[in-house]
Design a protein around this ligand. Structure first.
Ligand SMILES: [Zn+2]
Length: 1003
């Protein structure tokens, strides 16, 4: 039986042959073989002890079998579907003669997972699998091999003898233990290095060119043998050999490991795979796997070798997390199997199950029953099952026997259940309780009926922590933890002791997630697509996956936001326009080939892979290698050689933020406005936030603006309140070409912004007097309104032209903040958060783009930007988006802001200031087809007192025709409280017809 190594970055093939479940058979079989190497041919005889009437079956595969004899006389047999059956009529010895040709090479099919063929050629002989008639079940063997002079040979053997014979060398391999498969490796290229470890004979069969590696391998082998003998039981055999192969194998076989030349030469193999292969001598090569009932040995070997080596370096949690990240990336509903159904690794998904999940199961067993009981149980297993087959049931029995616990529920869940349980925190809160703090955590469990022990670590604000374990034994549960100190965070399973489905925050954007997706969305542009031929072919796994590039040029047409949100994306070219829609901009790429993984900013469950190739040759050389780098987030290659690899950070454990360090202001450091101005004067952009309806805020803005402008004449004001199509109107007003009334009308101020113009009038008056340019920053209101109702996909091509060219959706703090705003403004009609977020991003990106455009034309200017505080806090609205475009220095000043770390550079708390506002008619109106009707009146309304009634059609105010509510607001703006306003209306009268009437309203 053969076992494959678990190499993190090398995908070596493996062979697992089905075994029998019967009690070991101690019959001794014989196999004598000889070779005609130039013809790739093997000729052999199998000698089998038989009993009359007992049927025996052999797997013969492609071998040519015959003739057969029983006690020297010809015997009948039948061969069907590569299976030979004999039924001898008397006791004695049967002889099966056979021939086979093994030209070898790697079979067609999957590059990574093909089973390596047996081969006989001038490089040597490498025979694994069906190279002799293989009896079903276990048998003991004696093998002889007649080989040309100069050959050295290895097979499963406790003793190897060699003698000159027949013009060559005859090797005899004696193996007194039952096995269910044999292998034979021989070549004339070996140099043999021998050492001893106690009673164990250690041999290295390395090619002459690699002989210098032998001592290192033997030294490491000694260390591993010592380690595992201490941990488990004495090494089961007298010999152990490390054998180099000319074929790319990574097998562990009883008494030796067979490693391909490319593998042997990798420097890290001695620290990883070699130990794994040696551990297989205990698990797999002496305690055999009852393969019909699940292959448990890869998980156990992974756990006690690969995982253990990282654990010894203090990186056990990282290793376990990586197993779970891989599981999330590669295993999905369609390819998920139970551990009992795992036979051997055939792809990345089966590896994640049979090696990864299985290793986690052993980890949980160890956590549950304790370190000592765990190893005592394994010793028990070895004691009972050495040279026999063992199944999961035998493992369960051994662990139950040692721990005295009933583990049936545990094994049923993990061995017979599919998938991983999911643990999610719904909410966490803290209350004072006497002298202590009580933490309440509401947890949900999915995809599991098992009671899970959740490790929780609470960290204290003043340092220190408390570890606890809570039992999640229901689908919904609320836990309370009482702690002595003020808690800052609570983390569930930060050490990855549980096999569970990770949260989106725990999984970094890694390449594995693209590799594991059967149908990622490929986004290509016409330009330069030829560079990406190999990437396109690599990801076009199903015919319908190849995207029609006409439809998906990334320019927006055909590629909807909804599609971008729903998929993992393969983006070809760092200059692909779709990146501008998702991330704003991507740093320019150099030559070579690079791949950068990011979270899909519209969907935390999905990723975006940005591929960039300097040429088709660079892509062809590098792309096929990326599957070996699944755990990384970014890679760079030059001429196919990896020059950079990184993993993006991700959260460790399920983290709950409970309390935080309070922000503290040192009042002795309170500043004056002049200090703020002095600091701001040194920056290119000065953002000054506001509550729109506070005169005090606008007063501060004007003071800052005046002071800055007096220091620097090359000065402009950018305003959120005006939309880009109205720039000309602003320019005309500032230049004096139009008066205030025309300005308000043409800029549609009251329709588009609506706040009383008295709030902004001082700033605009100053700008007009001083000829300070005012820049309309905002996107047309119709577009933001449409997007927040129907999403960006609803926009027409015409409307899309007004959108900012870059939109960055990847700022998670921003998303989080907008989410809070969204949740607070729950309206009666259901709203879509995605659309709300899109509108916000478009709004802020447009303002940033407008600011940037002004600086492109006026690079020597300074600008004060007037906007609501929400667009400025933490810099995530406008400031960082402007900075992404032009890297200009900036400062953020807030009015009446909350004191939070990093929220702004300055927060000003102005004294409240009342302001004169425009008078009101104290009525409500109905706007209908360009006509305005009075609807209702507020108590003591001067309009009603003057005699106006509901349903009166409003014609004009002070002789100025009125068609919209904005017209009313404009008219009132020019009146003072106490003024008389002439209101012309038309009143419908029953039978008498319409009548025009004028009223004088005292405002
Ligand atoms: Zn293995």
């Amino acid at each position: 039986m053969n076992y494959c190594s678990f190499l993190m970055i090398l995908f070596l093939p493996c062979i697992v042959l089905a075994g029998e479940t019967s009690v070991p058979d101690h019959r001794e079989y014989r196999l004598d073989v000889s070779f005609e190497v130039s013809l790739s041919k093997i000729v052999g005889i199998v000698k089998v002890p038989v009993r009359a009437g007992q049927e025996l079956a052999f797997r013969t595969g492609q071998l040519t079998v015959g003739p057969l004899s029983l006690n020297g006389r010809e015997m009948r047999s039948s061969v069907k579907d590569g299976r030979l059956t004999i039924k001898p009529l008397e006791d004695g010895f049967a002889e099966i003669r056979y021939e086979g040709t093994f030209k070898g090479g790697i079979p067609q099919g999957d590059r990574n997972y093909g089973v390596v063929s047996s081969t006989i050629d001038e490089r040597g002989i490498s025979l694994t699998g069906t190279w002799y008639p293989q009896p079903e079940g276990l048998a003991r063997w004696k093998v002889t091999a007649q080989l040309p002079t100069g050959y050295e040979a290895v097979s499963e053997a406790e003793t190897i003898t060699r003698e000159k014979k027949g013009g060559g060398m005859l090797f005899t391999f004696d193996f007194p233990h039952p096995v269910d498969g044999l292998s034979l490796v021989a070549t004339d290229r070996y140099e043999i290095t021998r050492e001893r470890h106690g009673a164990i004979e250690l041999t290295a069969y390395f090619f002459k060119e690699d002989r210098d590696l032998a001592r290192t391998y033997l030294q490491y082998a000694k260390n591993y043998l010592e380690q595992y003998e201490k941990l488990l039981a004495p090494y089961p055999y007298k010999r152990f050999s490390i054998v180099e192969n000319f074929l790319p194998t990574g097998y562990s076989l009883p008494t030796f490991t067979l490693l391909g030349q490319d593998v042997v030469r990798l420097p890290f193999i001695v620290e990883t795979s070699l130990g794994h292969e040696i551990l297989h001598q205990w698990f797999g090569n002496s305690v055999y796997v009852d393969d019909d009932r699940g292959n448990w040995c890869e998980g156990l070997t992974t756990y006690l070798a690969d995982h253990r080596y990282d654990e010894q370096k203090g990186k056990g949690a990282e290793y376990r997390k990586q197993l779970l990240v891989n599981y999330a990336a590669y295993v999905h509903e369609k390819n998920e199997t139970t551990l009992r159904d795992f036979r051997s690794r055939s792809d990345l998904a089966s590896r994640s199950i049979g090696y990864g999940k299985s290793a986690m199961v052993f980890h949980m067993l160890r956590t549950m029953i304790g370190h000592e009981q765990f190893f005592a149980s394994l010793k028990q297993l070895i004691e009972e099952k050495q040279f026999r087959t063992a199944s999961w049931d035998d493992i369960q029995a051994a662990f139950e026997k040692r721990s005295g616990k009933d583990l049936s529920t545990f094994f049923k869940q993990w061995i017979d259940g599919k998938g991983l349980p999911e643990v999610r925190v719904e909410s966490a809160s803290v209350v004072r309780k006497g002298g202590k703090f009580e933490i309440t955590i509401n947890v949900v469990r999915k995809n599991s009926a098992l009671s899970l022990d959740l490790p929780v670590t609470v960290s204290y604000l003043r340092g220190g922590e408390k570890k606890d374990v809570v039992v999640l034994d229901a689908d919904k549960k609320s836990f309370t933890l009482l702690v002595d100190e003020e808690p800052v965070t609570a983390v569930i399973d930060g050490e990855y002791d549980l096999a569970r489905k990770l949260t989106a925050d725990e999984i970094p954007p890694v390449i594995a997630r693209l590799i594991g997706d059967e149908a990622p969305l490929i986004v290509a542009t016409e330009v330069g697509i030829n560079n990406y031929r190999s990437v396109l072919i690599g990801f076009s796994r199903q015919e319908d996956r190849q995207m029609d590039k006409e439809e998906n040029e990334g320019t927006g047409k055909g590629l909807t936001d909804a599609a971008l949100k729903a998929s993992n994306l393969v983006v070809l070219g760092a200059d692909n326009p779709v990146l501008g829609r998702l991330f704003g901009a991507i740093a320019a790429q150099t030559s070579g080939f690079s791949l950068e993984m990011r979270k899909n900013p519209w969907n935390p469950e999905k990723v975006v892979g940005i591929f960039h190739a300097g040429s088709a040759a660079e892509a062809d050389a590098a792309f096929p290698k990326i599957t070996h780098y699944g755990k990384y987030s970014s890679l760079a290659f030059v001429k196919g050689k990896n020059v950079e690899k990184k993993i993006s950070p991700s959260e460790r454990g399920i983290i709950m933020e409970l309390r935080e360090e309070p922000p503290i202001v040192d009042l002795s450091l309170l500043r004056k406005l002049s200090d703020v101005i002095e600091s701001a004067a040194a920056k290119k952009i000065v953002y000054i936030g506001e509550y729109h309806d506070r005169f005090s805020n606008h007063n501060i803005q004007l003071q800052v603006i005046r002071a800055l402008q007096s220091k620097n004449e090359k000065f402009a004001i950018g305003m959120e309140m005006f939309q880009r199509p109205f720039q000309k109107t602003l320019d005309d007003y500032i230049s004096g070409a139009i008066d205030e009334r025309e300005f308000l009308n043409r800029s549609e101020y009251y329709k588009r912004w609506g706040f009383d113009y008295n709030l902004y009038k001082p700033i605009l008056d100053f700008a007009r007097q001083s000829r300070v340019p005012v820049v309309a920053l905002n996107l047309r209101k119709e577009i933001t309104e449409k997007v927040s109702k129907e999403g960006m996909d609803a926009l027409t091509d015409e409307e899309r032209k007004e959108l900012p060219r870059e939109t960055d959706f990847s700022d998670e703090d921003y998303r989080h903040r907008i989410r809070q705003v969204f949740d607070q403004h729950k309206s009666a009609e259901p709203k879509n958060f995605d659309f709300f977020l899109q509108a916000q991003v478009l709004w802020d990106e447009t303002m940033a783009e407008s600011i940037d455009a002004y600086f492109k034309k006026n690079p020597d200017h300074q600008m004060a930007v007037i906007a609501g505080g929400g667009h400025l806090v933490y810099g995530t609205g406008i400031p960082k988006r402007t900075f992404r475009r032009n890297s200009l220095s900036y400062t953020i000043i807030l009015n009446d802001g909350e004191i939070e770390r990093n929220i702004a550079d300055f927060i000003i708390f102005p004294q409240p200031l009342d302001g004169m506002t425009a008078p009101k008619l104290m009525a409500t109106f109905i706007e209908e087809k360009g006509r305005i009707f009075f609807n209702d009146f507020v108590k003591d309304s001067p309009a009603r007192e003057a005699g106006i009634r509901a349903d009166d059609l409003l014609v004009s105010l002070d002789s100025v025709p009125v068609k919209t509510i904005a017209d009313i607001k404009t008219a009132l703006f020019f009146k003072n409280k106490g003024d008389i306003m002439k209101v012309l209306i038309v009143r419908k009268r029953f039978l008498l017809g319409d009548k025009e009437m004028e009223f004088e309203v005292k405002l």
